[in-house]
Design a protein. Structure first.
Length: 458
């Protein structure tokens, strides 16, 4: 009997044969613009991006001609950039231990002055294979992680469609992925500097990630402030060397160049189950780390308190999310998604517009171009929630309270605004129910309290 290729498979097969290469083509096309990342065709790089993302944007200066030895670089740059030379002279690169040869400017930047490069992590990796390998291997933990930070920022919709002035700094912090001078700054490249909390807080501070604030409010941070100047920072970050932990002690224990391996709650913008087998393993790693200085059961109990705090926070967030979703299904959000311009970078949105509510429906869309009540939820989720989270992760009770009080207040506001929207929706349908007999519908929409209210709160 002759076997025939089943007809019903033919159409899907043809569609797949066309759409898979078309998909690849589309992504490649999008990445081939003047910018970088998924939306590279939609923005132009600033000059400073050459330094924050050298791989994609750096082009050597060509004003100085010639090939130079390391010593010649230093001599001329003593006059051109004395600060750089001073820091380099004090660094281990200028005078390494055990008679190793000095590491000159040319070892990192090249010797041809018309073909200079700014060293990406793989250049450092030529001599520091262990740190470089660890750093790159962090990618396996997915987002967030230092080694994926640049992609994360470039591929975020709000990076491409918000005004440039508001997003330029994204790449400054997210450059932690594209060069190795974030924690040991150029040109001192000091391990001691990187062990201190100051090395991290240039990036890890402010409302969505208040690591700086919560660490310094904690007992650990207070001990660092009181005594840190007397600690011997030349020592490695292992048990016995430090009386109280710093950021790197906890997140890069034993000097491992990865920060994502032990993460359970990650950035804190979605709920996780801390009891999965993978997370139990991570929790054990945390407990072993605390046990450098504390008792194990005590440490486990402390970390469980954080889980309990997270559960309480998510109960509040889901309540707010539920209110918004029910307003959406009754078509009561105002202005609704159809009454406002489509979210700029969202191609799906230009065809089928709807209000994105909560993490799983699209995070970026909640930043702006939303109604007042949706923005209230965004603030509750992205700022109040993350304030409380980092407070409990880092042992800062004041931030836990501050975050929960703010969440309670936000929830109350959301409930009040929802009542108001329901009332107005109701009298729109049943004008006879209007309590305020003097106004008519037109007045209510144009001059009414609701419109005023919205204007003030938008
Ligand atoms: C261990 C590697 C290394 C060595 C050695 C080194 N640099 Fe750099 N240099 C860097 C890194 C990393 C950057 C930052 C790159 C970036 O911003 O993308 C940098 C940036 C620079 C910059 C531009 C940014 C700025 O701060 O103005 C200059 C100029 C510079 N280096 C000069 C020198 C000179 C001169 C020497 C020798 C005295 C030297 N470098 C030695 C790694 C090195
Ligand atoms: C004769 C003097 C001289 C010598 C030798 C010299 N430089 Fe420079 N270098 C300069 C000057 C001047 C500039 C600023 C050029 C400009 O901005 O157009 C500069 C700029 C740089 C920059 C910054 C480039 C940028 O895009 O920001 C780096 C990095 C650098 N030099 C590295 C080196 C290295 C490595 C060597 C040795 C191989 C070296 N220089 C030797 C004079 C010198
Ligand atoms: C040509 C080889 C070479 C390159 C390239 C290189 N280094 Fe080094 N690095 C060394 C040597 C050698 C030492 C000194 C080791 C010693 O003294 O035992 C060192 C030491 C260090 C230290 C330890 C300093 C301390 O305080 O203990 C750090 C941090 C460091 N390098 C970072 C970097 C970074 C970041 C880059 C890339 C921007 C880089 N290195 C590029 C060879 C290199
Ligand atoms: C130059 C900026 C910068 C510096 C300095 C910096 N980080 Fe980060 N860090 C980031 C960015 C950006 C992310 C988020 C990356 C992403 O979007 O995937 C991040 C993420 C993290 C995470 C989250 C990992 C996870 O899986 O959730 C931890 C933990 C972390 N950093 C710890 C540190 C510590 C500790 C230091 C100091 C020793 C430090 N960082 C220094 C920019 C920085
Ligand atoms: C002050 C430094 C800083 C600036 C500026 C900054 N970020 Fe971040 N960003 C971070 C840090 C730190 C984290 C990780 C916090 C954590 O894990 O707790 C992060 C996390 C993120 C994440 C979440 C990563 C994930 O996988 O969950 C995204 C997306 C992101 N940033 C994009 C941006 C964009 C786009 C901009 C510009 C509008 C920006 N960031 C500006 C430091 C910064
Ligand atoms: C998030 C902060 C951070 C970043 C980014 C970072 N380092 Fe480090 N680095 C540290 C800390 C903290 C230490 C001290 C570790 C310890 O005490 O064992 C350190 C130490 C080192 C040392 C000295 C190791 C020793 O045992 O003396 C080298 C070399 C080094 N880093 C290279 C690199 C290279 C290469 C990169 C880029 C791939 C890099 N670092 C990026 C934080 C960082
Ligand atoms: C005593 C140890 C300790 C110290 C010190 C510490 N952290 Fe944390 N940090 C934690 C714990 C525990 C969590 C929650 C981890 C989890 O379960 O996800 C956390 C969470 C984080 C996160 C979210 C990503 C993640 O791993 O969950 C970032 C980012 C972070 N800390 C940065 C910092 C910075 C920056 C500093 C210093 C200013 C710092 N931490 C100091 C213990 C510490
Ligand atoms: C390098 C040592 C060290 C490490 C590691 C360390 N701590 Fe601490 N911690 C201290 C010291 C010292 C104090 C202050 C003395 C005290 O109160 O017992 C302290 C105090 C505290 C306090 C406040 C005091 C109290 O009794 O309530 C909390 C909470 C805490 N640590 C939690 C943790 C957790 C959770 C971890 C692990 C993620 C951890 N610590 C890791 C040294 C450390």
């Amino acid at each position: 009997m002759k076997r025939r290729f089943p007809r019903y498979l033919l159409v899907p097969l043809i569609i797949a044969l066309i759409s898979i290469p078309a998909g690849f083509f589309y992504v490649n096309w999008n990445k081939s613009g003047d910018g970088a990342g998924l939306y590279s065709r939609d923005w132009q790089p600033e000059a400073i991006f050459a330094y924050w993302n050298p791989k994609d944007f750096y082009r050597s200066v060509d004003t100085v001609v010639g090939e130079f030895t390391g010593k010649q670089c230093v001599e001329c740059h003593q006059a051109v950039t004395p600060g750089v030379v001073n820091d380099w002279s004090k660094s281990r690169h200028a005078t390494p231990a055990n008679g190793q040869p000095a590491v000159f400017c040319s070892d990192c930047h090249g010797s041809n002055h018309q073909d200079l490069h700014l060293p990406t992590p793989d250049v450092c990796g030529n001599c520091h294979d262990k740190q470089h390998r660890e750093f790159v291997a962090e990618k396996r933990y997915g987002f967030p992680s230092h080694s994926l930070a640049m992609e994360r920022a470039l591929d975020a919709k709000h990076f491409a469609d918000k005004p440039k002035a508001e997003v330029t700094a994204c790449l400054q912090c997210h450059s932690v992925a594209s060069k190795c001078d974030s924690c040991h700054t150029r040109h001192l490249f000091s391990a001691a500097e990187a062990r201190r909390p100051e090395a991290c807080i240039t990036c890890h501070s402010g409302p969505p990630h208040p690591d700086d604030e919560t660490y310094f409010n904690s007992k650990h941070g207070q001990l660092y402030l009181a005594e840190g100047q007397n600690w011997d920072w030349s020592k490695a970050l292992v048990k016995g060397n430090y009386p109280a932990p710093t950021c790197a002690y906890c997140h890069m224990d034993a000097g491992k160049h990865q920060v994502a391996g032990k993460s359970i709650w990650k950035f804190g913008i979605k709920q996780v189950n801390p009891l999965t087998s993978g997370n139990e393993v991570r929790r054990k790693q945390w407990i072993n780390l605390c046990a450098d200085c504390h008792e194990k059961d005590w440490s486990a109990a402390r970390l469980k308190e954080m889980d309990a705090e997270r559960k309480a926070a998510w109960n509040k967030l889901y309540k707010a999310e539920g209110i918004l979703k029910s307003l959406r299904s009754d078509n009561l959000l105002f202005p609704s998604a159809n009454q406002r311009p489509p979210y700029a970078m969202d191609s799906k949105d230009s065809v089928f517009q709807y209000e994105h509510i909560g993490f799983f429906e699209g995070q970026a869309s909640a930043f702006y171009n939303v109604s007042a009540i949706e923005r209230d939820y965004f603030e509750m989720w992205y700022f109040n929630n993350l304030t409380a989270y980092k407070g409990s992760a880092h042992g800062d009770i004041s931030f836990v309270n501050k975050g929960h009080e703010a969440m309670d207040r936000s929830l109350e506001t959301i409930e009040k605004k929802a009542d108001r929207l329901r009332y107005i929706g109701d009298i729109e349908k049943n004008p006879e129910k209007r309590k305020d007999k003097k106004s008519n519908d037109e007045n209510l929409w144009l001059k009414g309290e609701y419109t005023q209210f919205n204007r003030e709160n938008n």
